[in-house]
Design a protein. Structure first.
Length: 137
């Protein structure tokens, strides 16, 4: 009887395990032009039109792809990005066709932003001209 329950448990486990997730869509990263691996992917959902924007950081460039509700690509844009030590995305602002990502330097004292303007198909990289001092412990 114990063997029966063990065998039944194994069969149930594998039957649930076989029904894994299906692919929703494949993302061809067409804007990527080097052999670097992807460091980070950041997503934003637009509350007004339901579009999904994917930002892919390969530590040299930032690639942005916009998908509509039917998962059809509607736009893409590439930024040369900030210097590679700006590797923490700390927030974003969306205003119409313009999305601004805010980044933090690895030393946590410098900040920058990348502005993606999908209507003009241009990007702008900004390094802010202030540094935070280290807090005394």
């Amino acid at each position: 009887m114990k063997k029966f329950y063990t065998l039944l448990s194994i069969l149930i486990y594998f039957s649930f395990n076989v029904q894994s997730q299906n692919r929703y869509f494949d993302l061809p990263n067409e804007l990527k032009d080097n052999n670097r691996s992807i460091e980070e992917v950041f997503t934003i959902t637009n509350d007004h039109n339901g579009n999904l924007t994917l930002f892919i950081d390969d530590n040299k460039t930032f690639n942005a792809y916009i998908y509509n509700k039917e998962v059809k690509q509607v736009n893409q844009l590439k930024s040369d990005g900030l210097p590679n030590k700006y590797d923490n995305i700390i927030g974003y602002v969306q205003n119409g066709e313009v999305t601004t990502l805010f980044l933090q330097h690895r030393n946590k004292r410098k900040y920058g932003a990348i502005q993606f303007d999908f209507s003009t198909r241009q990007t702008k990289e900004i390094e802010f001209d202030f540094k935070l001092k280290k807090k005394p412990i």
